[in-house]
Design a protein around this ligand. Structure first.
Ligand code: TEU
Length: 595
């Protein structure tokens, strides 16, 4: 069998990989003008309508990315100091989790002032410098828009709760206590799972789908909607490039709060998503705000299936650009992992539903999830790098806009805290208390948290092998994963075969080949429990992706009619035997041009 060395047979990629590891010259803000091919490409793309289809989104969890002042929390100056790193990833868009003023009950998703920067993150000047630094490098910036709820410390809520006749009263949902107990509503985070909180000041309950400190805004009220549109224009006029719309499918509620059938909470998206007038609100927002800017909009969650999701993004309806679904995420939460055939079925079903129109996001993790590698790959040392590269190959070769969650380009893994005291996330802490209150099995809860808790994905970014992984000179707000000495960006910079450099090759490949962005997707060998194989086709351009989702070597016979047209475009092993039957290494990922 002939062995190809990727660097020898595919000089373009080898050259890109080498270029990637060369730091750019720093300018005044630690910032530079676009100097690399990657930056020139992304800058050109940024001007195109529909740029959001061709971009690669990199999600930054600001609290854990880079601390610049030693207070143990990441901040905007920290991100600014890493702009060259972002540029060399070859990503086109950064999505920032909330950086607005917030008492941080839910890590910034409880906003007390939508137009101010949380002091721990910096100032508005820092924000402007960040936006400028990104734009100088041809990278777009998308912000989180959290308008299903505000913080209970927002001025609107302070006013609203002060009296039943406050002009802000109708900015929120209230149930006067003289009507008796409200009809039950389930809460995601509440210690009693109760979404109604009694407030003695006005003898009323207020609604909070999330925590008690996150009262739900009343979208029925046109004044509230106008406030939100003004706030959106404030950020768009600053020059940001779009919004990721948090929990947006939940904003519309029937204010009569009808009784829901028993067990509704097990199917919460069906009952909380798609409330009355939801699409009227989005169309109004589109008319009054979004249509005036060349921006990207993505709804977090969009109904319970592809048909509902399409309503958000069918261009004819003039609503949003793309949806992201939870179905892929809901796999693999149990102790037994997931079946690859289910994974393939879900991604294939969503792809076919969006084959003619609409657009999807492709992601395997975010700040609400455990680490992609621990959940879908294999984080044992022998397979960590190969499986992380395979998962990144998947994200970057599917149809839809890829989202990479910071750290996944290095193969960061779950921290698996042993004690509840180590968790910072209120969801986990309240969940623990809930189980304790009902005398439940706390060990079972902790065992599950090791697999699924959100803090697994929120540990500080692993920059280098120095103290606290180079994240902070102080005490980090959440423990650093002890594996940082082996898994960190600096070590991977130096290794052309690292997960990081593989990621860079994959983003470069996607930029170079429109077939990987727009090409039609076709699943091969659907029943194969070990291999995920698919083709992408755009006119005469064709590519084959073959992913061995197991820790064992496997063989896979090329279906009749598929003939590789040269050396691999991407390969996470140095070996490739071009043959009618591919011999695949554990977690091998191949992208092959087809004749
Ligand atoms: O998440 C909304 C959401 O739908 C939750 O069910 C999410 O799936 C949950 O966090 C999983 O544990 C968004 C944000 O992404 C999340 O970080 C916030 O906590 C939440 O909204 C409230 O703002």
């Amino acid at each position: 069998m002939q062995i190809f060395r990727l660097a020898l047979t595919f000089p373009l990629l080898a050259g890109l990989a080498a270029g990637c590891s060369q730091p750019n010259k720093a300018g005044a803000d630690g910032a530079t003008a676009p100097t690399t091919a990657a930056a020139a490409d992304t800058a050109a793309l940024a001007k195109k309508p529909g740029w959001w289809k061709e971009t690669v989104v990199y999600q930054i969890y600001p609290r854990s990315f880079q601390d610049s002042n030693g207070d143990g929390e990441g901040d905007l100056r920290g991100i600014i100091s890493r702009l060259d790193y972002l540029q060399r990833l070859g990503v086109g868009t950064v999505w920032l989790n909330p950086i607005y003023a917030s008492p941080n009950d839910d890590s910034g998703y409880d906003i007390s002032d939508y137009r101010r920067i949380q002091p721990a993150f910096g100032t508005m000047q820092d924000f402007d410098a960040l936006l400028q630094g990104l734009h100088r490098r041809g990278i777009k910036l998308v912000m989180d828009l959290v308008v299903n709820h505000s913080s209970d410390e927002h001025e609107w809520f302070r006013q609203a709760r002060s009296s039943r006749s406050s002009p802000y009263r109708d900015y929120y949902h209230w149930w006067p206590a003289e009507r008796g107990k409200p009809t039950p509503r389930w809460s995601f985070f509440d210690v009693n799972s109760d979404a109604w909180r009694y407030d003695s000041l006005t003898n009323s309950y207020y609604l909070h789908y999330f925590s008690r400190k996150q009262p739900d805004l009343n979208w029925e009220n046109p004044k509230l909607r106008q406030e939100i549109y003004r706030m959106m224009r404030f950020w768009l006029d600053k020059g940001i490039d779009g919004f990721r719309m948090d929990a947006f499918q939940f904003v519309a509620k029937d204010p009569r709060f009808p009784v829901l059938p028993p067990g509704y909470e097990k199917n919460i998206i069906r009952y909380y998503g798609n409330g009355p007038h939801l699409h009227d609100y989005i169309q109004e927002m589109n008319r009054e705000v979004l249509s005036k800017y060349n921006v990207m909009t993505v709804a977090e969650g969009a109904g319970s299936g592809p048909t509902d999701a399409m309503l958000f993004v069918d261009p004819a309806r003039k609503e949003l650009n793309m949806a992201y679904h939870f179905e892929g995420m809901d796999l693999a939460n149990g102790p037994d992992g997931y079946r690859l055939t289910d994974f393939k079925r879900i991604y294939t079903r969503w792809d076919s539903a969006f084959a003619r129109t609409g657009w999807l996001s492709i992601y395997l993790a975010n700040h609400d999830q455990p680490r992609m590698l621990s959940k879908f790959g294999d984080d044992r040392p022998a397979f960590r790098a190969a499986s992380a590269k395979l998962l990144n190959t998947f994200i970057l070769t599917m149809r839809g806009t890829p989202y990479c969650y910071n750290g996944d380009e290095l193969g960061m893994s779950n921290i698996r805290f042993k004690r509840i005291e180590d968790y910072r996330d209120m969801e986990t802490r309240n969940g623990y208390q809930r189980v304790k209150n009902r005398g439940g099995d706390l060990n079972a809860f902790l065992a599950q948290a090791k697999r699924t808790a959100r803090d697994n994905g929120r540990t500080p970014f692993q920059w280098d092998a120095s103290a606290q992984a180079g994240f902070s000179t102080g005490t980090p707000w959440l423990h650093v994963n002890p594996n940082y000495r082996a898994v960190n960006a600096a070590a991977q910079e130096a290794d052309s075969a690292s997960v990081l450099n593989h990621f860079r090759r994959a983003t470069a490949l996607r930029r170079a080949h429109p077939v990987l962005v727009h090409g039609q997707y076709r699943l091969l060998d659907a029943a194969n429990p070990h291999i995920y194989a698919y083709t992408r086709t755009l006119g005469a351009a064709r590519a084959l992706v073959v992913l061995n989702f197991t820790a064992e070597p496997r063989t896979w016979a090329l279906p009749a009619g598929l003939t590789p047209g040269g050396a691999p475009w991407l390969n996470n092993y140095p070996t490739f035997g071009p043959a009618a039957t591919l011999a695949l290494q554990p977690w091998q990922a191949l992208v092959l041009p087809l004749r």
